[in-house]
Design a binder for this molecule. Structure first.
Ligand code: SF4
Length: 332
């Protein structure tokens, strides 16, 4: 159930005034420049704030704006990303920078859907950048926001279930202050990070203490409820190594593929007419909830090259959006 309107208004006032007084002076909060916000939010995905802070300033010194990042070679971007892990984020950041720089106006998308069209940008980053940099009314939902909302409204459903996530998305959107969406999003995340922490929440110091259902019921240590994680799914692929001189046949994955839509990679056997030869190697790789095993086999193309494929020299791989899954094979 949604909180009544007067309660929502009070929550907004209290949390925003707490944030104005207490926000930590993090480097990406100095201004709401879209490039800075986007880089920070991308780095903060799956990496701690402590690890991100020093790398963030270095990265921006090296690539001060989107055009500098678009011009950079992939190897330079990956070097500047060293220490942050999950290098697909760096590759996607550069690919997206190139797309932005190539737009007729050369400018950033201003709305969430425009950001969602860019590689590596999911719902969280799109909502964060659109709200913080452009004042668009989109709520973010990450682990911190999930925890705060579940406690505030005493939600006793498994927060990992898709149905609960959808409900939380709606609640986060309803609670969002549409006049200050960027500050609101950052304030909820800040509260979850420093006050409404997973263990030992500091309810005595919480600006929402008097309004919190979990605190009133003594449930703050027990919420959110987190059921078992969804077991990873095993996926077995047979991919083909088809050479012509020094070039390799790459295949662009279509929009209906299960994963890595729009990425270039080695063709899957079932998508090609080919004479399949011996196995070259087997590779294991994980992407989101898939545990992938790739059996790589030498092959020869039968007939003409299919339209969604391209002969590519290894030195030109950097010009294509190629997942780390295949880069592991292609760079060996
Ligand atoms: S009162 Fe406690 S449980 Fe409730 S939002 Fe604040 S810190 Fe979290």
């Amino acid at each position: 159930m949604n909180p009544p309107a007067p309660l929502t208004a009070l929550l907004r006032r209290r949390l925003l005034s707490w944030y104005a007084r207490s926000a930590r002076p993090l480097p990406w909060r100095r201004d709401a420049d879209p490039f800075r916000v986007w880089v920070a939010e991308t780095m903060l995905q799956q990496t701690t704030m402590a690890a991100v802070q020093p790398r963030y300033e270095d990265f921006l010194r090296r690539f001060p704006d989107v055009r500098a990042l678009a011009r950079a070679r992939e190897s330079e971007v990956l070097r500047a990303w060293a220490g942050l892990g999950y290098y697909a984020r760096a590759r996607n950041l550069r690919s997206a920078a190139r797309l932005i720089a190539a737009r007729p106006d050369g400018d950033f998308p201003r709305d969430r859907d425009g950001w969602l069209d860019l590689p590596g940008v999911g719902r969280y980053i799109a909502a964060a950048v659109a709200s913080i940099a452009f004042g668009r009314p989109y709520a973010v939902l990450d682990g911190n926001v999930t925890r705060v909302i579940c406690r505030l409204l005493a939600i006793r459903a498994d927060a990992r279930r898709p149905a609960t996530q959808r409900r939380l998305e709606t609640l986060a959107q309803d609670l969002l202050d549409p006049r200050h969406p960027g500050d609101w999003n950052q304030a909820v995340m800040e509260l979850g990070e420093v006050v409404c922490t997973p263990q030992n929440p500091k309810c005595g110091a919480c600006p929402l203490g008097g309004l919190c259902a979990a605190k009133e019921m003594g449930l703050q240590e027990r919420l959110p409820l987190l059921g078992p994680r969804i077991a990873p799914r095993d996926l077995n692929l047979t991919c083909l190594w088809i050479e012509r001189g020094s070039r390799i046949l790459l295949w662009k994955r279509g929009p209906d593929e299960l994963l890595l839509k729009g990425h270039w990679g080695l063709p899957e056997a079932e998508r090609m007419r080919a004479r399949i030869g011996p196995r070259v190697q087997t590779l294991r790789h994980s992407i989101t909830r898939y545990r992938i095993s790739v059996s790589l086999r030498k092959a020869e193309l039968i007939g003409p090259r299919p339209p969604q494929t391209r002969w590519v020299a290894r030195s030109r791989l950097k010009d294509f959006l190629v997942s780390s899954l295949w880069l592991k094979l292609l760079r060996d």
